[in-house]
Design a protein around this ligand. Structure first.
Ligand SMILES: [Zn+2]
Ligand SMILES: [Zn+2]
Length: 325
């Protein structure tokens, strides 16, 4: 799977892979199971839910608009404070520092669903068990199984050259702590109790982090496997409505692989894309410029090309016989 040519990857140490195993693979489902156990005995308070929802929205927009559309694909430009805010919001989602996230993701686009893709659900083949194994690999397995990760010097020299992004990278351990302590402190202060601190730490800290992780990773697994495809890409990227809803537009993944720099992923009728809506709002407020909005003519050209290819590939019935040509 790994392409070692061109200095594209660097080795991952054994201890780091074990850290990934704990933080990225094992801990989130354990936390979610614990959440179920806690709810069983005692209902979650409205303040916990509110704080968790705020953190969820900050994280999902931070990943979708910040890490993904702004930093990885440069689909718009914005003033420095806005760029730093989005980088911080993305880092608060605890999916790694911005340069690492963007490096892995740019490699995903270069090799999508081919050898070299860090997280394709088709890595082990198309059939039954191989696909289940592939889906687990795309969801979380690759964090542990990958013996090499993307070389940041190769994939994101633009981000490394940005002093603000370097500072966010360096501050990542402190941002991780803040991601738990800020909602916990808010819970404690707003309820003026230690109980409020601990329940907010649990719901808006731990449970929120686990949920945000698995919803984001669903784009890598589910939206490269299930759902519909309106455009012909060389990969298996697709559109999955529930993933799009929960990721604020990222689940409209098929167009994204046609035009990765597009600020809008949901380009077809009915494909609600709140992340594109936020970028549009920022543009109107003068906080975003040089936005790469998709051209309607190009969308139509790509959609009709796919329709034509599907028509040619589909079996045609002639006189009661199915003609595979
Ligand atoms: Zn993809
Ligand atoms: Zn992308």
């Amino acid at each position: 799977m790994e392409d070692r040519a061109l200095g594209e990857t660097v080795e991952v140490s054994r201890s780091r892979r074990h850290a990934y195993l704990i933080v990225l693979v094992v801990l989130p489902p354990v936390v979610l199971l614990a959440a179920v156990a806690v709810v069983w005995g005692r209902a979650v308070g409205p303040l916990d839910v509110l704080l968790a929802l705020v953190m969820y929205a900050v994280n999902i927009f931070g990943i979708s608009v910040g890490y993904h559309r702004l930093l990885t694909h440069r689909s718009f430009r914005c003033p420095r404070p806005v760029r730093v805010t989005f980088a911080l919001a993305g880092a608060l989602a605890l999916q790694g520092p911005p340069t690492l996230w963007a490096a892995e993701h740019r490699r995903h686009h270069k090799y999508s669903d081919q050898p070299g893709d860090p997280h394709s659900p088709w890595a082990y083949g198309d059939s039954g068990f191989a696909l289940v194994r592939g889906l687990l690999h795309a969801q979380v397995g690759w964090f542990y199984s990958a013996r090499r990760r993307s070389n940041r010097a190769h994939w994101v020299p633009d981000l490394i050259a940005d002093p603000d992004i370097r500072r966010v990278d360096a501050a990542y351990p402190a941002i991780v702590a803040a991601s738990f302590l800020v909602p916990a402190a808010a819970g404690g202060l707003l309820s003026w109790s230690w109980a409020g601190f601990w329940t907010a730490l649990f719901w808006a800290g731990l449970v929120r982090y686990a949920v945000v992780h698995h919803i984001t990773w669903s784009v890598n697994s589910v939206a490269h496997c299930f759902g519909d495809r309106a455009f012909a890409t060389r990969d298996r990227s697709s559109n999955v409505r529930w993933v799009a809803l929960l990721t604020f537009g990222e689940g409209w993944h098929n167009w994204h692989h046609i035009e990765p720099t597009s600020a809008r992923h949901g380009v077809l009728k009915g494909q609600v894309d709140p992340s594109a809506g936020l970028i549009r709002l920022l543009e109107r407020l003068g906080c975003a410029h040089d936005v790469h909005w998709p051209s309607p003519a190009r969308i139509e050209t790509q959609a009709s090309r796919h329709r034509e290819e599907s028509r040619r590939a589909a079996p045609v019935t002639r006189g009661g016989h199915v003609d595979a040509g």
